[in-house]
Design a protein. Sequence first.
Length: 452
Amino acid sequence: MANSYLNKTMGAGNRQTWTWSAWIKRSKIGSEQNVWGVYVHGNDNMRLFFQANDVMEFKFYNGTSYKVETSRVFRDTNAWYHIVCVADTTNSTEADRLQLWVNGERQSGGGTQPTQNLSMSVNDSNAFEIGRYNSGGYFDGYMSHAALVDGQALAPTVFGETDSTSGIWKFKQPSGVTWGTNGFHLKFENSGNLGLDSSGNSNTYTVNGNGRQALDTPSNVSATLNPLENYYGTSTLSNGNNTQNQSSSSNNYCMVPSTLGFNSGKWYWEMKCVSGHSDNWYGTGITSNYPGGNAAWLGVYANDYGMYGYSYGGGLGASYTGNTRTNQGLSFTAGDIIGVAVDCDNLAIYFSKNGTWMSNASSTQGVPTSGGSKTGSFYTITAPSSTTKGFYFPAVCYYDARAAVQSVNFGNGYFGTTAITSAGSNGNGSLFEYDVPSGYYALNTKNINTYG
């Protein structure tokens, strides 16, 4: 939701009692970001936000600051958090007037509670903003099932529950809820209208900016590039951590692995070359190592397998493993989309360019469905159990001290903010530009549990 938000001017509702619930997944840490906010003026405002130190704070200010904040930090960019804010100043128990819950657990990091029967900024005929506060401090990440119940203080168990098998807190469809005047439930499941209210109140919100629907949800988490493994000062991630932007700087090779890995199964994803230098050192592949420094480019380690677009004799690209180059495949440049298919069961990796599987050094076209024969594979990869981490992680890298932009699609159907145009056949509910080979799947938690 970076640089986008939703808003609506509320009617006159209950300013003393209400409940907010949403599932969120952070993309950026270490900066102040607002999940929601209401700003009337400097002495009348309320918001839920992450401080720059990644502590979460639920705050009302009317000249006096009333708040609850967490004693923990939130720095997991792969996890979905269920956040519930409960406000009830009519409660005779002072400690319960502002409550903050995360994944069904109450947070108690300190702060001053409001006086009894105090009226707050929410439900006071002012604009409620989701994803920012007072025209700034945008939330950078994903959001699902945002809901406000006007007039009731509800427990988190109305919106979530503990899975009896895994013990993990999971989404629960709210039922039997009296939503009140300003109540809403935004599922963010309608690509034509992300702000559509499904509560029955018709409190639909206006979408501002480039916010878009993603298939990444609390019940099915997709891989993204990992900001915690991005060690380069000139490399930044954006668009939900699916775009890597490298600024020009010497000796920064900018390898960034994904948040999810695999040690079995068959997996497919795509990387688009967005912009870069004419040397075309765009790269993608897999790594079993974490970068750790600016010399750790994709292919420098023995169990890295990377394909780069840089053209050698005959227009060939270049693949690397163990710091050794092989001139094979096709060169590629800005606008090209590179598909990666990893058969972890038969230990093979294949690369495609704009939907056509490339030929390896033996001029044999890749056939990802060839199984044990590994027809046209670029490498026989090491068994995951014999690698440094015991898993392989998709990765991107721009192997040159130049400015470049690369975007990955792990099945959400976008390269950055640009939707795919052809929608290849997939068979597993994901959205890719080109056809996914039979038996291969997008890298997300549902598919890992089923096919990994």
